[in-house]
Design a protein around this ligand. Structure first.
Ligand code: 9MR
Length: 590
């Protein structure tokens, strides 16, 4: 029987991603494998390069990714050229135990790993990049752990072994009768004749490019030069049914996903209609670093990888916010708190470097005050001035917490776009206050754009009233977009939804709730009209908008129905049955 022994991690697994002109390099790790006969078998080496054309001319900015491993990805340059490789160096890592008990082997339908590796998390991904199983290996007897692989259908899978930052990747091939775990050479399960990879496809490249049909290309080896990939243009005379593709020449259209929606019944809509993503809660401080130094990336990584594999841009939300941040963060001196910001921002951005292209670095740091210096909340009647929110960040560190976060972010990933994100930018006073510090951030080259949340509602009222709803006119939103763009900032619509409730935003008066499970015609029409006018405006300002992201996918899963009141809402383009609403037709009608 042949099996692996004496495994050592080597610095061979890295990948790069070019976003437009930006070259982003990031690293993960793989391994070299030695067999018992000490014949050295190389780690899975990936070196794929080629050119993407439309049949005549090169296609720039096409995204090429390896279907089996979402970490391998590149974007074509002006010549249509791409290259995906794991042989460009990386971190020098030595496995903590490099002796012969680091042996992984297959035995029938089971995978056995040695005791030295039983702290590892083992995950199994299918060819689409989706994590389908996670194992916390159980010890079958002293000295090794066991994982049941039965029930897998035939195909190619990826197995990752990860402990801390280290991650080993192996391919697992399952046929009706055999199972192979591979480096470059296949290692068959017990009793099965060893054989190498067949000449059939071992993997596929997925290519997405604006204006072109998504394309899958079989590859028969992980080492191929001069691949020539020809994309077919989307037939512009055919009716485009995908939201994201319909807007391909305007801006990416994104959706917030959660730990379920990226892989449950919502996923089909997400992949068909959106080409950008953001995690609704999973990248907030309390999710990523619940206790000091204890970083938890698994959930966010799975979601980000799913997005990247599907050719989507990913926004990161959020590094520093007053909400969903654990108490321990604010304890101690100003310097301690600022140091925690530096540590968090640096560690988080390094983790997602190359996969997250834009970050909400600071969120919602501005509020309105009344004459007594109290937060006016959503009632703007007594408003006398705008200022920094009196958050615990602000109490401990003043505005330094904002500047420090942006400084750390710029240093952690110079290729990422950095954003200040907030709501009600369409209120002139609030926007002026935001601009006052955003300009200073700009002078220090610390910011690239502003995120406009845009939690709107269906009211088209123009007259002055005492809450925000009346100010959210198309004219006001257009003005804010143009003002920010005039400062040289990128502008992203970051959290778009349109509530059916026009006033008393957090009303607990149940007699006024809309309780129908399905939205009636009247509301459908109002919402469609509202979405139509906003998207008409977005399209005419497409040169100033780089992203429009919805805060959710469908009405059965929206934060607006999760308010403490539990009041049901219907703010998105897809209804509770996951069907497109009239609002969807309205934004597609141009
Ligand atoms: O949608 C998010 C919801 O699930 C959370 O409970 C809530 C907690 O504060 O945060 C929501 O997302 C907010 C976003 O992070 C920042 N802007 C406002 C969003 C809606 O409240």
């Amino acid at each position: 029987m042949q099996y692996f022994t004496g495994e050592t991690l080597h610095p061979v697994h890295s990948f790069k991603l070019r976003c437009g002109m930006n070259l982003i390099t990031s690293c993960c790790v793989a391994m070299l494998v030695h067999t018992v006969v000490h014949a050295s078998a190389p780690a899975l080496q990936i070196a794929l390069s080629g050119t993407v054309t439309d049949g005549n001319d090169p296609v720039e900015n096409a995204i090429i990714s390896l279907v089996n491993n979402p970490l391998f990805i590149d974007t074509t340059d002006a010549d249509g050229a791409f290259s995906i490789s794991n042989s460009t160096g990386g971190i020098d890592v030595t496995r903590r135990n490099s002796r012969r008990d680091c042996t992984v082997r297959l035995s029938g339908n089971r995978m056995k790993i040695p005791i030295a590796m039983t702290n590892e998390k083992v995950s199994l991904y299918n060819a689409g990049g989706r994590c389908i199983r996670r194992y916390a290996p159980e010890k079958d007897r002293p000295g090794s752990g066991i994982m049941d692989l039965s029930g897998l259908s035939s195909g190619v899978y990826l197995v990752t072994f990860s402990a801390g930052r280290l991650s080993l990747v192996r391919k697992l091939m399952v046929t009706a009768t055999e199972m192979y775990l591979t480096g470059t050479d296949a290692v068959p399960s017990t009793g099965i004749r060893q054989r190498g990879w067949s000449q059939a496809a071992v993997d596929q490249l997925k290519i997405t490019g604006a204006g072109f049909n998504d394309t899958l290309v079989d590859i028969s080896s992980y080492r191929m030069d001069d691949l020539l990939i020809v994309l077919t243009p989307i037939d512009s005379t055919a009716t485009e049914t995908s939201l994201g593709r319909k807007y391909a020449n305007y801006f990416p259209v994104g959706a917030a996903i959660d730990g379920d929606s990226y892989r449950d019944a919502h996923a089909a809509i997400w992949k068909e209609h959106f080409n950008a993503a953001v995690c609704e809660n999973e990248m907030k401080w309390e999710s990523l670093q619940p206790t000091e130094g204890n970083f938890q990336f698994d959930q966010a990584n799975a979601m980000v990888n799913a997005a990247v594999t599907n050719g989507m841009l990913v926004r990161g939300h959020v590094l520093v916010w007053y909400n969903q941040t654990p108490d321990w963060v604010y304890q101690g001196s100003k310097e301690q708190v600022l140091q925690r910001i530096r540590t968090h921002v640096t560690r988080v951005m390094q983790e997602f470097k190359g996969r997250v292209y834009a970050w909400d670095v600071v969120n919602e740091a501005v509020i309105g005050y009344d004459a007594a210096g109290q937060d006016v909340g959503e009632d703007l009647g007594p408003l006398v001035r705008w200022g920094y929110r009196n958050s615990r960040w602000q109490q401990v560190a003043g505005e330094d917490h904002i500047f420090e976060a942006f400084r750390a972010a710029r240093a952690a990933d110079p290729d990422a776009k950095l954003f200040y994100n907030d709501y009600w930018n369409y209120l002139d006073g609030k926007r002026e206050f935001i601009i006052s510090f955003v300009k200073r951030l700009q002078e220090q080259n610390l910011i690239d754009g502003v995120g406009l949340q845009c939690h709107l509602n269906i009211s088209t009222a123009q007259e002055k009233m005492t809450n925000q709803t009346v100010y959210q006119t198309v004219e006001n939103l257009e003005k804010e977009i143009q003002e920010y763009a005039a400062l040289g900032l990128d502008v992203h619509i970051t959290e778009l939804d349109i509530s059916i409730y026009t006033r008393d935003y957090a009303s607990s008066d149940q007699s006024r709730w809309y309780t129908g499970y399905d939205l009636n015609e009247e509301y459908q029409d109002k919402m469609a009209a509202r979405y139509r006018e906003f998207f008409e405006m977005f399209r005419r300002n497409a040169d100033k908008l780089q992203n429009v992201t919805f805060w959710g996918i469908a009405d059965d899963n929206t934060w607006l129905s999760e308010l403490s009141s539990g009041r049901p809402d219907h703010p998105l383009l897809f209804d509770k049955h996951l069907q497109p609403k009239k609002a969807f037709d309205a934004v597609m009608d141009f």
